[in-house]
Design a protein around this ligand. Structure first.
Ligand SMILES: O=C(O)CCC(=O)C(=O)O
Ligand SMILES: [Mn+2]
Length: 202
């Protein structure tokens, strides 16, 4: 197994897991994903538009609207989601398991004003599988809370190329993104941040 740079509240943080060349290659793959499955703005179950735009690759895509949070087999335009790029699968294979791949690669795009409130990832069937998250582009202030809502939190800046694995006791820990720091990376020509979140769904 690959040793993380450090652990924070059970989250394994792999600083600069991807070098610049690997980030550029990944971005190329993601351009194909977004061309086939365009980014959209989901609504919360209460009807509020999320500030993060999203799409997915894989058997399932994460989706939300007035009917609730869930996984869907098709993009809102009716097409199946594109396959998860091999280079993305390889990160999972190296850090989680070479035997079972993720069912969903959620692609989150943060512009300068986007954020993601504290939440748990809990729409999956089996919490024994970790969640793996990749950061590309501008820095993000990532906040980690507790197994239940409330209590003290801690935050850290995630940079382009960093990978976080949330597993074991931390699998259901609250987490979110307070804000991004525009202009801190040159990876995305128009700025912003991409986060890939890989999960086993079934
Ligand atoms: O953008 C991030 O780093 C976190 C994304 C996240 O927590 C999620 O999509 O569930
Ligand atoms: Mn999450």
């Amino acid at each position: 197994m690959v040793t993380p740079s450090f652990r924070l509240r059970g989250f394994d943080i792999h600083k600069e897991f991807l070098d610049r060349e690997a980030q550029v290659a990944l971005l190329d793959d993601l351009r194909d994903v977004v061309a086939r499955a365009p980014l959209f703005s989901p609504r919360t179950p209460r009807g509020k538009p999320m500030s993060v735009r999203m799409t997915s690759a894989g058997t399932y895509g994460w989706y939300s609207d007035g009917a609730g949070y869930r996984y869907e087999r098709r993009h809102p335009d009716g097409q199946p989601w594109p396959p998860i790029p091999e280079r993305v699968q390889a990160i999972w294979s190296a850090l989680v398991s070479p035997n079972r791949g993720p069912d969903c690669c959620l692609v989150n795009f943060y512009d300068a004003r986007a954020r993601m409130g504290l939440h748990q990832d809990r729409d999956e069937a089996d919490f024994s599988w970790p969640v793996l998250s990749v950061s590309l582009g501008d820095d993000a202030l990532f906040r980690i809370g507790n197994a239940t809502r409330g209590g003290k939190t801690e935050s850290l800046w995630l940079h382009s190329g960093d990978v976080v694995v949330m597993g074991g006791d931390a699998r259901l820990t609250y987490h979110g993104v307070d804000r991004i720091r525009p202009g801190t990376s040159t990876l995305l020509p128009d700025g912003g941040r991409i986060n890939l979140t890989l999960r086993v769904v079934d």
